[in-house]
Design a protein around this ligand. Sequence first.
Ligand code: SIN
Length: 330
Amino acid sequence: MQKRIHILAMGGTIAGSAGDSAATTGYQAGAVGVADLLAAVPQIQQVAEVTGEQLAAIDSKDITAGLQLKLVARVRELLLDSSVDGVVITHGTDTLEESAYLLNLVHFADKPVVLTGAMRPATALSADGPLNLLDTVRVAASDSARDRGVLVVLNNEIHSARLVTKLSTMAVETFQSPNGGALGAVNDGQVVFYHSPDSCHLSNALSVSEQLTKRDSLPYVPVLYGHSDDDGRLVRMVMEQGAKGIVYAGMGNGSIPERVEKELAAAVQAGLIVIRASSSAAGMVTKAEASYEQAGFIASGLLNPRKARLLLQVVLACGKDAAVLRKFLA
Ligand code: SIN
């Protein structure tokens, strides 16, 4: 019997339309509906029994917490629906890794949830979307993808939601996992896993996901990007704007200029949770200076700043504190 895979379409370049088939920029993202995306890949029907649903039709740079939470709620319903074997999400690549990570945090089932996108619009010569979609359905329908959390499939590679990141602005091989590499591949239709991801779901993911379905926003947690001559004034500004936590994308191993460190330490004293992440593309952020520990900053580990932000937002939304976060990131 064929697996039953439900596709949630969110928009993005995979659904993009340009006036000129040679154009790979300047197109309208999210213009092609899910029915047309599926119609462009008739081979999908040989892989699985596929249904589609348009959840949004946006350029993913515009995704809001409200829409991310709507996605979490819909995926939750599908995971609890015994008539669905797996979920595929077509998504703009600009924030794909964020939605994937959020879904992975609250993933509670062994059913595959697999995200994909494209770097070239659907109307482009050598569009990458159709094969990405076919490969993604193959992964979602594969028994070997069960119990591996939320996955991301593009350019024939399978990545974990936690470690994958968009590295290149325009290349089709943009999704990479610099800390650990791809989990597997789709080789001419054959799904192969080289290794399994650490689960890294919240331990109470089922109830956290339920709590999130009752919300339409998440606590305000900005990412501040460190740079030379940073004097920390943005820390004061975001506190005035009601930030509940701050992710500081520091240099190298989450290093923070002294003047910023002073402001961030004051933020912790005022009750905010501060995560030290890094603007570097690869490597882990570890406990470093003793003063960072004394101030109460939490190292982001393998999470990039945008994913650390989502984690902190979810922790705050559930009324949890820095100790819970510290343990989760340890
Ligand atoms: C988007 O993120 O929606 C536009 C860019 C893309 O999908 O590649």
